[in-house]
Design a protein around this ligand. Structure first.
Ligand SMILES: [Mg+2]
Length: 407
């Protein structure tokens, strides 16, 4: 019987590849994508890597090493559009998919009867590249840790199913133990003290000694390297206790129209978060900080748990009116949703105001923004914030990028 297989799909230099989808003239050229201040390269093409440029290097050094390079500012709004397109394609190939980061997915990789895992890996890689336009690498193996090692070594544009234990061992013997996700330099140094240098050394080491040295984290990796899955696919996260969106208002303001604009923007961000986690909010709190550090907060129980923008904005206005000191400049605002529930546990629409139109608007907003880009379709109440939306850098806050930390 064939073992249960896990796949890992990872886009090849994702930010650069995403830019090449909309700017095809960038293909074959050395391209660097810059961080939010434009000061350093956060992603680079293979052509730029060949010039000796490393991720995190300041732009002035890069321009000296690679004067003919093309340098672009990051645009997470666009990357997210392509990320969602990749996710929906992977879901067509697999019944269980974990969104691991903006350009990486783990998935159940068991092809139908008669199909080989290798053919499955190639078909998925080719399909994603053809439809989304981003080159990707697919690795398939007996556990998540093995699948990621396989795809890392098969880059770029690789497709490899490694299901035979002998072939697995041959690969592990070639890789340093620090290639394993979760083994950074400190853990690698501890392992070196036991004479463990390669991934194969790790897999062959005594399990109890590994546990003693690296706790249960190390033991999980040990099982995974030996082909026994010890990490589940996280396709359905447990509900959070609270979800929150907000932050700085980019300078104090006492203008009621602008404040309503921020309230609507943060409500839209919160709705995205509720939709992403597939939960509804039973209670909403609004927190306001004024320029002189005075704070105000108010919370309200919603008549029925909801993820509807119109109902949440009404509740947010109610709370804001009780937490803001009129005339005093506000500098920060947070919306916090609690008493989160899965919609399946509540009778949707039983007590809500007639919702046909609100649901249709929410659906349209979701679909247009998934296709065109975040905030392309948004509440009219955000119009006074024209300056915020005009600036692409404001399209995302760091906390809006799930699973990936960037600067
Ligand atoms: Mg990648």
């Amino acid at each position: 019987m064939r073992p249960h297989l896990i796949g890992h799909l990872d886009a090849d230099c994702f930010y650069v590849s995403a830019e090449r989808v909309r700017f095809p003239f960038l293909r074959g050229k050395p391209v660097g994508v810059l961080g939010n201040q434009g000061a350093c390269v956060i992603a680079k093409s293979y052509e730029m890597k060949a010039r000796g440029i490393a991720t995190g290097e300041p732009i002035w050094d890069c321009q000296r090493k690679c004067p003919d390079g093309v340098y672009l500012k990051r645009d997470f709004r666009w990357y997210e559009v392509l990320s969602r397109a990749m996710l929906s394609l992977v879901r067509r190939f697999s019944p269980a998919v974990e969104y691991y980061s903006i350009d990486e997915f783990f998935f159940d990789a068991n092809p139908g009867p008669g199909a080989s895992p290798q053919a499955f890996a190639e078909a998925l890689r080719n399909r994603v590249t053809e439809v989304v336009g981003v080159p990707v690498t697919v690795g398939i193996a007996r556990s998540k840790t093995l699948a990621k090692l396989v795809s890392d070594t098969a880059k770029p544009f690789g497709a490899l199913a490694l299901t035979d234990p002998d072939a697995e061992r041959a690969l592990l013997a070639r890789l340093p133990v620090s290639d394993i996700t979760g083994i950074a330099s400190r853990r690698a140094a501890r392992l070196a003290s036991l004479g463990i240098h390669t991934c194969l050394d790790f897999a062959l080491a005594d399990r109890k000694r590994v546990r003693k040295l690296l706790t249960v984290v190390g033991e999980i990796l040990w099982w995974e390297l030996n082909g026994t899955p010890a990490q589940r696919l996280c396709t359905d996260r447990p509900p959070h206790k609270a979800l929150s969106r907000g932050g700085s208002l980019g300078g104090p303001t006492a203008d009621p129209d602008r404040l309503l604009g921020w309230l609507a923007r943060n409500t839209e961000r919160l709705v995205e978060e509720l939709e992403y986690h597939a939960v509804t909010a039973g209670r909403l709190q609004v927190f306001v900080m004024h320029w002189n550090a005075a704070t105000g907060a108010h919370e309200i129980d919603l008549p029925q748990p909801t993820d509807r923008f119109d109902l949440l904005l009404d509740a947010a206005k109610h709370c804001f009116a009780r937490s803001w000191v009129p005339g005093l400049g506000a500098s920060r605002m947070h919306l916090i949703a609690t008493r989160l529930r899965r919609p399946g546990f509540v009778q949707q629409g039983l007590f809500e105001a007639p919702d046909g139109r609100a649901r249709a608007v929410a659906k349209l907003k979701r679909e247009v923004n998934a296709k065109v880009g975040r905030f392309a379709l948004r509440s009219g109440a955000t119009l006074p914030l024209y300056d915020v939306y005009r600036d692409r850098e404001q399209g995302y806050d760091v906390c809006d990028i799930r699973g990936k930390l960037c600067f």
